[in-house]
Design a protein around this ligand. Structure first.
Ligand code: SAM
Length: 301
């Protein structure tokens, strides 16, 4: 039991001890790790990795640094595209012997443009459980920080490196009724923005760069302006590009989004003004917003 007036440090320690005291189930544990700021490592991620029989990662030297920071000394082995076929039977044998094993990637969520999909399929096919310890992922972080409506989005990851194939793929994505989320390298960013401008039209977009790190920044604007800016001063580091849906493609806001906007507006507006403001901002019929506002008020009475 933690004392009522325990400090934040005592509470965190107690929470970690509680997590560490639970046995870790046999199976594959997919564990998210920070995309930059090491403070984003969750307590459950630490406790899971610290109790795993073996931790599989892309690059053992890279992950050893993260684990050392938390005093985690479990054996580390590499699992990546090139040794996956050889490693999967070994990992399955470990799990079949009743051991919990963990999979991490260099950063963020394993499987999201990172290895692990075939392993998850193989573990499930063999009848063993797969667990997830969710956490940071550059895809979601980029989407939410972009300022582009993200109620509906499509995650593409990396586009093809060759311009002809990239343009073809962008053409296929042109009719997606939601924001498009890409991973991109600084070396290809300019070409990618120019191709996107040519294929998708001059849509609103954002580049979320070096998120959670010292040089974190979000560049926003239309694709032509962003491309010009990038050509003038090419940004460095890791980046996520988010592109808004084209005109007429955005799907109408859902009830939850309207209700959240109403709650915020009602803090400083009358019901009538809040309904007007939300209906204009989210481009939703006033009647629909008013109906939700009334239902909300009824629910509160
Ligand atoms: N699985 C990872 C995840 O869930 O975040 C993504 C792995 S993918 C191989 C790496 C790409 O993610 C980078 O090239 C970059 O596009 C993006 N990325 C990773 N960390 C980032 C950060 N801190 N800021 C912006 N983009 C980042």
């Amino acid at each position: 039991m933690v004392r009522e007036n325990a400090s934040i440090f005592e509470r965190l320690e107690a929470e970690l001890m509680r997590l560490m005291a639970e046995p870790l189930a046999a199976g594959l544990h997919l564990v998210a790790t920070p995309i930059g700021h090491l403070g984003d490592m969750s307590l459950r991620a630490v406790a899971t990795l610290a109790r795993a029989d073996t931790i599989y990662c892309e690059d053992t030297r890279h992950s050893a640094k993260l684990l050392a920071r938390y005093g985690i000394a479990q054996p580390l082995e590499s699992y990546h595209e090139h040794n996956g076929a050889r490693m999967r039977p070994r990992i399955l044998a470990r799990i079949a012997a009743g051991r919990p094993v963990a999979l991490i990637s260099d950063a963020g969520m394993p499987l999201i443009s990172d290895p692990g999909f075939k392993l998850v399929r193989a573990v499930r096919a063999a009848g063993h459980p797969v667990y997830v310890v969710p956490g940071p992922s550059a895809a979601l972080a980029g989407l939410v920080v972009s300022g582009i409506a993200g109620e509906h989005f499509y995650f593409e990851g990396f586009l093809p490196a060759k311009s002809s194939k990239r343009r073809k793929r962008l053409g296929e994505l042109a009719s997606v009724p939601g924001a498009l989320v890409f991973f991109e390298s600084p070396a290809r960013l300019s070409e990618m923005l120019h191709d996107a401008r040519a294929v998708l039209g001059n849509r609103e977009a954002a580049i979320a760069r070096e998120m959670t790190k010292r040089h974190e920044e979000v560049l926003t604007g239309r694709l032509d302006a962003l491309a010009a800016r990038v050509d003038e001063a090419p940004p460095k580091g890791e980046m996520v590009v988010v592109i808004a849906p084209g005109p007429g493609q955005a799907t109408e806001a859902g009830d939850r989004e309207i209700e959240n906007a109403l709650d915020e507006a009602l803090l400083h507006m009358s019901v009538r003004d809040a309904v007007d403001a939300v209906s204009a901002r989210l481009k939703v019929a006033r009647r629909r917003v008013y109906g939700l506002a009334l239902a909300r008020r009824k629910g509160m009475e």
